[in-house]
Structure formats: structure tokens, C-alpha cells
Ligand binder design. Structure first.
Ligand code: FAS
Ligand code: PHB
Length: 390
């Protein structure tokens, strides 16, 4: 089989890239290791930047998002027993975020891809990448015991942190930057009304907590937990009790608890692989970088990566210009590192670290007090949270 672009991975990065390339008249195929249900069962991000919404609009996959998504103008920071609202819309001259689960974004993209008949091979085993340093890259995979080979012009590695694409690059051609955090997030999903209209990020001496949502009837909560913790060590009651210990009295009074419909622990890390291009292989999304979810950037960075990559490939195919693909890595990394900084900073001021002593607790408190009392600090947080320009 021969095709212009072979995409590895049917997560948000691969699926959005596939739709953008199709819109630009560039034929593509997606190879996904898991089945559709498995991909959709992974509960992950919940906050979309305007740029991500605009890309979904561009490929005609924003109808349900506009119907069901929740527009949020601000967030709340809880510390010292009180909550403080950050009016991001006011601080950024009108910018907002949309609450709409990654699962729904993925479902909408999968359905759109099926409707136009674009090929996705699910349960594609043993995907291997070949000759991407040359002019005729190839991808091999096994489906139902039969080995298939795809000749292509380019390979897009959208296969996440544990994918095969980044692993296919020789160690001397790639540079890794990493920070692993000494804690994780225990998250639950519950069919209960959210505790507040907007998200609450809480700094507490027992650890970080986050109150988020998926709709007016479905909530998403997180508490910081230790790295050696396990989700099955946490009964629902134990989770709700711990969350209440980390919230202010008014939030505790409003909190509606209920059975969890999903419970999992996510490790936190900052990770960047440089560069993001290797000959005719391009990395995008989690395959190239990871952020701690504190800044709600992971999914949104995947979107900006594929925007840069799709635009670059359109320039190549329609204008025969290699400028876009030549600058892809540098353009994407410039935005990636700004989001890495913001996510690292949000994580550092909201979590309890093993070496958090009285001094560092006071510094965190001073940072948070400055954030909610300075227009400049509020504006800086807000412009990063709603998403820096592409
Ligand atoms: P993904 O990992 O989503 O998708 C990669 C796809 O490639 C997967 O479907 C995988 O099955 C497939 N794949 C892997 N190896 C393959 C192979 N060898 N062959 C073929 N296919 C292969 N971000 C936020 O903004 N907020 C959050 O709260 C948040 N929570 C998260 C929780 C967890 C547990 C994780 C892991 C991530 C979380 N993220 C969060 C980040 C997350 O949303 C990612 O940024 C987002 O999924 C990135 O999308 P992709 O780059 O498409 O990678
Ligand atoms: C979520 O709703 O899952 C969520 C929201 C904001 C974050 C992280 C996760 O920063």
C-alpha cells in the first residue's frame, strides 16, 4: 500500500491530524494498537483552549462540543481556608476555556473519520518504522496475524509517551529533558453535580486537590497521592473524606458525593524530546512531550503540534515549499516549552513536596496571595491557562 502520510496512534493528536490533513487534501492512514473502546475508556483531559476548539471547528467536529461543552470564564484558587476567583476572561480581554472531556473529543473525531471513510486500522500489532531517514519511509504492522507494509512520504508519530515512534529514533539523534514528580494524582469520575460552577485548584497542607467536571451532572475530582499508592487502596468513602479535608467549609457543604464510575492514579512528569523531527518522521503530542496535568496543557499541546505539522505538510504538497516542515520542530518546541514552564510552575505552587518545609510553605502562600492580589500576576496566569497564541 502507498499513502502520503502514515499516522501512528488514534489518540487526539493522531485523529485531529488525520482530519486536518484530509481537509488539506493529503491522504492519510492511522494505525492504532488498541481497539476503539479501549481508547475511549481512558479518562484524561477535560479543559480545551480556544485554539483547540478552533481546530475542531476547522475540521467540522465541534457541533456536539458547542452543544454540550461548558464555557468557563475563570477558575478558583483555594488556599489558607478560602477560595479566590481568577477572572481569566477579564484578565485576557475576553478569552475563555471550554470544559469538554478528551473522551468526547476523541469520540467525535473517530465518528467524523468514519463518516468520510478514512482508514483507521485498530488493533494494529507490532508497528515498526523503517527508513524515515531516507526518502522512502515505510511502516509495517501485523493485523490478524498478517504482516502489512505501507510505503509513505511521511510518518507522524502520534503514539503517546509509551509509543514506538520516539523509541525508533537512535539515542544519539534525540535529547531528553525530564522531571519526575514525587507524587501522583488519584482521580475519580462520578455522576454527581459539580461542587462549584468553575474549577477549584486547592493548595492544602495534606496535599493538592482539584474539583473539575465533565458536565452539570458529571464531576471529576483529583487528590494528590503518593507514588506508591494504588487506586484499589481507596474506597469511594476514603476518597470523599480526603477530598473534604482539603476543601474549604463552603465547598464541603456543597459537595455531592456518590459512587465512582472511574478511579485511577496518574503519575506526574515533565518531559520533552528534542528535536521533534527526524528526517521524514515527525513526533506530535505525548510522543514528544508530557506535562503535569496541573496546567491542563497536555491535550492542548497535542492540538497545537498537529496544527503546525498539518500546515507544514499542506505548504509542502500544495506550494512545494519545505519551509514549514523545516521549521516544525523549532516552532512546536517554542510553544511546548512555554507550556512546560507554566505546568511546572502551577505544580510547584499547588502541591506538597517531600521537602516542603515551613519556609517553602510560606513561599507558596506568598506566591498564591500575590497571584490573587496583583492584576499583572493574574493576567500572567490567565493568558497561559487560556492558551498562548499559536
Ligand atoms: P495519547 O497517549 O492520548 O494517544 C496515543 C495513542 O497511540 C493511543 O491510543 C495508543 O494506544 C496509541 N499507541 C501507543 N503505542 C502504539 C503503537 N506502538 N502502535 C500503534 N498505536 C500506539 N492532559 C490534560 O490536559 N489534562 C488531564 O487531566 C490529563 N490527564 C491525563 C491522565 C493520564 C493517565 C495520562 C496518561 C495523560 C493525561 N493527560 C491530561 C494528558 C493527555 O490528555 C495527553 O496530553 C493526550 O492524551 C495527548 O494525546 P496524544 O498525543 O494523542 O497521546
Ligand atoms: C480534568 O477535568 O480532568 C482536569 C481539569 C484541569 C486540569 C487537569 C485535569 O488541570
Amino acid at each position: 500500500m502507498r499513502i502520503q502520510v502514515a499516522i501512528i496512534g488514534a489518540g487526539p493528536a493522531g485523529l485531529l491530524l488525520g482530519q486536518l490533513l484530509h481537509a488539506y487534501g493529503i491522504e492519510n492512514i492511522i494505525l492504532e494498537r488498541k481497539n476503539r473502546a479501549y481508547v475511549l475508556a481512558r479518562i484524561r483531559a477535560g479543559v480545551l483552549e480556544q485554539g483547540t476548539v478552533s481546530l475542531l471547528e476547522e475540521v467540522g467536529v465541534a457541533e456536539r462540543l458547542h452543544r454540550e461543552g461548558l464555557i468557563h470564564d475563570g477558575i478558583e484558587l483555594a488556599f489558607g481556608g478560602a477560595r479566590h476567583r481568577i477572572d481569566m476572561k477579564q484578565a485576557t480581554g475576553g478569552k475563555t476555556v471550554t470544559i469538554y472531556g478528551q473522551t468526547e473529543v476523541t469520540r467525535d473525531l473517530m465518528d467524523a473519520r468514519d463518516r468520510i471513510g478514512l482508514k483507521t486500522v485498530y488493533e494494529a500489532d507490532d508497528v515498526t518504522l523503517h527508513d524515515f531517514d531516507g526518502k522512502r519511509p515505510r511502516v509495517r504492522y501485523v493485523k490478524d496475524g498478517t504482516t502489512h507494509e505501507i510505503e509513505c512520504d511521511f510518518i507522524a508519530g502520534c503514539d503517546g509517551f509509551h509509543g514506538v515512534s520516539r523509541q525508533s529514533v537512535t539515542a544519539d539523534a534525540i535529547r531528553i529533558f525530564e522531571r519526575v514528580y514525587p507524587f501522583g494524582w488519584l482521580g475519580i469520575l462520578s455522576e454527581t453535580p459539580p461542587v462549584s460552577e468553575e474549577l477549584i485548584y486547592a493548595n492544602h497542607e495534606r496535599g493538592f486537590a482539584l474539583c473539575s467536571m465533565r458536565s452539570h451532572t458529571r464531576s471529576r475530582y483529583y487528590v494528590q497521592c503518593s507514588l506508591d499508592d494504588h487506586a484499589d487502596h481507596w474506597s469511594d468513602d476514603k476518597f470523599w473524606d480526603e477530598l473534604k479535608r482539603r476543601l474549604d467549609p463552603e465547598a464541603v457543604d456543597r459537595l455531592v458525593t456518590g459512587p465512582s464510575i472511574e478511579k485511577s492514579i496518574a503519575p506526574l512528569r515533565s518531559f520533552v524530546a528534542e528535536p521533534m523531527r527526524f528526517g521524514r518522521l515527525f513526533l506530535a503530542g505525548d510522543a514528544a512531550h508530557i506535562v503535569p496535568p496541573t496546567g491542563a496543557k497536555g491535550l492542548n499541546l497535542a492540538a497545537s503540534d498537529v496544527h503546525y505539522l498539518a500546515t507544514a505538510l499542506r505548504e509542502l504538497y500544495s506550494e512545494k515549499s519545505e519551509a514549514g516542515i523545516g521549521s516544525y520542530s523549532q516552532r512546536a518546541l517554542a510553544r511546548v516549552w512555554k507550556a512546560e514552564r507554566f505546568s511546572w510552575w502551577m505544580t510547584s505552587i499547588l502541591h506538597r513536596f517531600p521537602d516542603t518545609d515551613d519556609f517553602s510553605a510560606r513561599i507558596q502562600n506568598a506566591e498564591l496571595n500575590y497571584l490573587v492580589s496583583s492584576k499583572a500576576a493574574t493576567a500572567a496566569l490567565s493568558e497561559n491557562y487560556v492558551g498562548l497564541p499559536y
